[in-house]
Structure formats: C-alpha cells, structure tokens
Ligand binder design. Structure first.
Ligand code: PEP
Ligand code: MG
Length: 525
C-alpha cells in the first residue's frame, strides 16, 4: 500500500508540474486539473485500496480493474462527450500503473525530430507533454471530434486526423496529412508532396492575412456589416473568442456547464459563468441558449428515460418546459447576470407559437420571482429562438412578432428537413445543408423576419463554411456565429462579397435541383 501511495504522489507531482508549465486557464491546464481531481477522487483511489485489501489483488491488477470499470461506465452512457471522458480515466490509470511498475512517465524521450505522430490514440497527458515544435500533426485510429485529442490539437494549432484507418507504420515512414480534408498520405510521391506544400503555403498566407484584420469588422464590398460572432461552451472559450476577434457570441451552448457533474449546476454557479462571459464581451451581444439536452445529448442528473426516437422526443425547450424548475433556475441566473453586459436569451428546438409563448411566460415568471426576492436583474435583454425545426421556419412570420431575432440551427434544420439522423454514419452523406429544401426554409425565415424588423443569424456549422457565406448573406442573414478558430477566415470571406451579387446568386440556388447544383453555383464565386 505504501508503494501505491508513493506512486500516486509521483503522478500528482508530475501533473502539478505540467499544470504550472501550461499556465492557469489554458485548455491543457484544465485537462490536467481534471486528471488531478480524478487521481484524488476517493471513489477511484479507495476502490483500488479496497480491492487490494479485501480481494488480495496486487496494486497493478487493482488499478487496471478500477480503471477499466470506471471507463466502461462512462462509455455506456450513450453520450459522445462523456464517452470521450473515458480516455481521461484510462490516462490517469495508465500513469498510475506506469508509476507503480517503475516505468518512466514520459513518452517522448525518443522523439528526435519534428514529426507527424501516429497512434491508435493519445492520452491527454501525452499530448500535454509534447515538446514544443516537435509535432507536425497528429493522426489517430480512435477518437471523435469531441475527444481530447481533437481539443488539444485545435488548441495547439496542430493539424489532426482522428478516427482514421491506417496500415501498420514503421517509425521514420514518410507521411503527409491534411487536417481540413482528413486525408492522410503514406509514402506520397514527390508530385503529391509538391501539391500539398503549395496548398499549405496558400492556406498559411490566407490565414495570416485574415488574422491581421480580425479585429476589424466584416463589411461587404457594398458596405453591409455582417456580424461574425463565436459559438462557445464556457467562460474560457469567451476569452479565446475575444482574442480571435469575435464580435460577440451567437451561441453559448449552456449544456456544457451541466456536464462533468453529477447534479444540475446551481443558480449561483450558473450566474457566475454567465456573468463572466457577459463581462468579457462588454458592449457586444451574447446570445445564451437555454439548456438544450435530449436527443444525443444526455446530462448526468437529468433523467429523460428511454425514448424510441429521442431526436423527436423530450429535447431542447420541450424538456425545460416539462421541468419548470430547470428552466426557472437557468432564467433567473441569466437575468441576474444580464446586468453585466448585453444579454440575449434564446430557446432551442421551438416547433411553433405555443412553445414560444410558453417560453415568454417562463421569462415573465422568472422576472417576477427575482423582483419578489428583491434581486437586481436585466430588463432590456433580447429574446430569440432557434429555427431548427421546419415547422418553425414555415410559421416564422407568426413567430417574428414575438421575438427580437431568429438564429438558424442548420445542423438540426438539415436533420429534420431531410429526415437524416445527424449521428448515424450510414446516412451522414445525405445530411447536406446546401440542399435547396433547407435553403428555402432559411429564405422563408429571413423574409418573415425582415417584415417584422427582427434580425436573423445562423449558428449551425454551415455559418463557418466559406462556401456557404455568399448564399446565407444573399438570403438575408446578417449574423454568422462560428467555431472560434473560424472567426478570422469567415470575416475575410465576408469582405470579398457584394450583397447584391449574393442576392442574385441565392435566388439561383433556391431554384437549383439539388445540393450538387447549389455547390456548383457557389463554387463560381
Ligand atoms: C444546430 O442545430 O444547428 C445548432 C447550432 O445546435 P446544436 O448543434 O447544438 O444542436
Ligand atoms: Mg440544434
């Protein structure tokens, strides 16, 4: 048992050292902090000790068993985010095991030259300890876009291809990769290398140019200001988004605050998080979406129960209307925090007028309860809804009278319009937001909004695709909310366009037969 305690101490000291190295607030430091919490979690360490004492297992076997059992529980939760956290548990277990076995904790001693690093998967502590400048890219056979490897790669500005099939490779094999397209080349020809180098140089030049002007507004050639905002999930994201030149937040996915915990986050904790994001953006608008769980997003402590079609079930606003306590707590926290900046509150998955009116009633009730408690709260905030269910787009003219804005969620709007489950790999190729049917719903929404004076943004992934920007602007969208790293390039894309020309183009896209024709038209811009 003394050996186990010593090993824990060694791992703890190493993690603390790494945390200091990366500096407070960095993504690396946050992941390492989560590992420290796990290492000290009594459920984890006591369980190992219990197996050693009462089942007479050696420390190594006990660590392995507890690690695998804990990881398996997370993986069985039918939630991509939590399943990805199983990697953290295995990472901590692996470090502890290496320490008990007297093996070195550092993996990178043999790395002699900057290289593309290939593995079935990387532990977060491995990516966090990469010697600076030694990784040219990361390639894994396991992993998903929400796994830590993807988060780290993005944070370090490294190209990464995750979850790809690769043959067995010897160290020193010549390789090339394109993180944008997900292509990996083993032993590429000189010709291929020349093509890729040229592509890389062109991209570097474009990114440098975009970064230089990212703190300037995005104005079209004919003088129309398009607001380029960021999609965020935490207050740490807010800081990075400001640095990257985001002109506000177009989508704060608050469900991220509810993850990594066993019970829903309290009103005061939510208040602190919202306040910090609103303060970071000062006079810029921060659109906070109320809790959007259900479907493929499950949150510990919020039981939804078995559903045959979860995407058509208790999801988004349907869930928070069915659990008024959740809605009330969140709205109270938001309204209290709203005094710190420019707040907009947005409801997800609104299907029609009844959902919207119930949402407005919940807002009035939250205001009344705060007034009753004598607490200060915001009054001049904006109210909006996501347009992500086709029925809402079709009655947008009725909805527009009761909101300040619409934000189009093209991820779900595409899924529901084309009847394509966004999580099903078998039909992933059919989920194309460029389908004219989806474009017509966006057009319907924008024209309904225009007649009522409310603004329209897009916060689905389509907003961050440079190919989509002209058609969205042409259809009447004036705000694009995109992933943080895309802010500079989307701003630059806006600056190349003329809104009148975009309108003509958008009309042609609406008349196209299918998404291939739309893409062909857009590729001419
Ligand atoms: C969308 O559906 O487009 C959207 C932005 O919401 P989410 O991806 O969080 O469902
Ligand atoms: Mg959605």
């Amino acid at each position: 048992m003394a050996k186990l305690a010593r090993s824990e101490e060694l791992v703890r000291a190493r993690l603390e050292g790494l945390q200091d190295l990366h500096g407070e607030g960095s993504e690396e430091a946050e992941v390492i902090g989560a590992h420290l919490l796990l290492l000290d979690d009594p459920e984890f360490s006591d369980e190992i000790r219990m197996l050693v004492e009462s089942e007479s297992l050696c420390s190594e076997a006990a660590i392995h068993q507890v690690t695998e059992e804990s990881a398996a529980i997370l993986e069985s939760l039918d939630d991509e985010y939590l399943a990805a956290r199983a990697a953290d548990v295995r990472d901590v277990g692996n470090q502890l095991l290496r320490s008990v076995l007297g093996l070195p904790l550092d993996t990178w001693d043999d790395l002699a030259a900057p290289s593309i690093l290939v593995a079935s998967d990387f532990f977060p502590s491995e990516t966090a300890t990469l010697p600076p400048g030694m990784a040219l890219g990361l390639c894994t056979m396991e992993g998903s876009p929400t796994s830590h490897i993807a988060v780290f790669a993005r944070g370090m500005g490294l190209p990464a291809v995750v979850g790809t099939d690769l043959p067995e490779l010897q160290p020193g094999t010549l390789m090339a990769m394109d993180g944008d397209t997900g292509e990996v080349y083993v032993d590429p020809t000189q010709e291929m290398l020349d093509v890729l180098r040229e592509r890389q140089e062109r991209q570097n030049r474009a990114e440098e140019k975009a970064a230089e002007r990212t703190h300037e507004p995005a104005v079209t050639l004919d003088g129309i200001h398009i607001e380029v905002a960021a999609n965020i999930g935490s207050d740490e994201d807010a800081r990075r988004a400001v640095e990257r030149g985001a002109e506000g937040v177009g989508l704060f996915r608050t469900e991220f605050l509810f993850l990594d915990r066993t019970r829903p986050i309290s009103e005061d904790e939510q208040y602190e998080a919202y306040r910090s994001v609103l303060s970071a953006f000062g006079d810029h608008l921060v659109v906070v979406r109320t809790l959007d769980v259900g479907g493929d997003k499950q949150v510990p402590g919020i039981e939804i129960g078995e559903e045959l079609n979860p995407f058509l079930g208790l999801r988004g606003i349907r869930l928070t209307l069915a659990r008024p306590e959740l809605m009330r707590t969140q709205l109270r926290a938001l309204l209290r925090a709203g005094t710190a900046g420019q707040l907009a509150i947005m409801a997800p998955m609104v299907a029609g007028l009844a959902d919207l009116m119930d949402f407005r009633t919940a807002l009035e009730e939250a205001e009344r309860s705060l007034a009753g408690d004598g607490l200060e709260y915001a009054t001049g905030y904006q109210v909006g809804i996501m347009i992500e269910v086709p029925s809402a787009a079709l009655v947008a003219a009725r909805l527009a009278r009761h909101v300040d804005f619409f934000s189009i969620g093209t991820n779900d709007l595409t899924q529901y319009t084309l009847a394509v489950d966004r999580t099903n790999r078998e039909v992933a190729g059919r989920a194309d937001a460029f389908d004219p049917a989806v474009l017509r719903l966006i057009a319907e929404t924008a024209s309904a909004a225009g007649s009522s004076g409310c603004w329209v943004g897009v916060c689905g992934a389509m907003a961050g695709d440079p190919l989509a920007v002209p058609v969205l602007i042409g259809l009447g969208v004036t705000e694009l909310s995109v992933a943080i790293p895309s802010v500079p390039t989307i701003k630059e894309r806006v600056r190349e366009l003329d809104r009148e020309a975009c309108r003509t183009l958008a009309n042609r896209c609406l008349g196209a037969a299918d998404s291939s024709e739309v893409r062909m038209l857009l590729n001419t811009v």
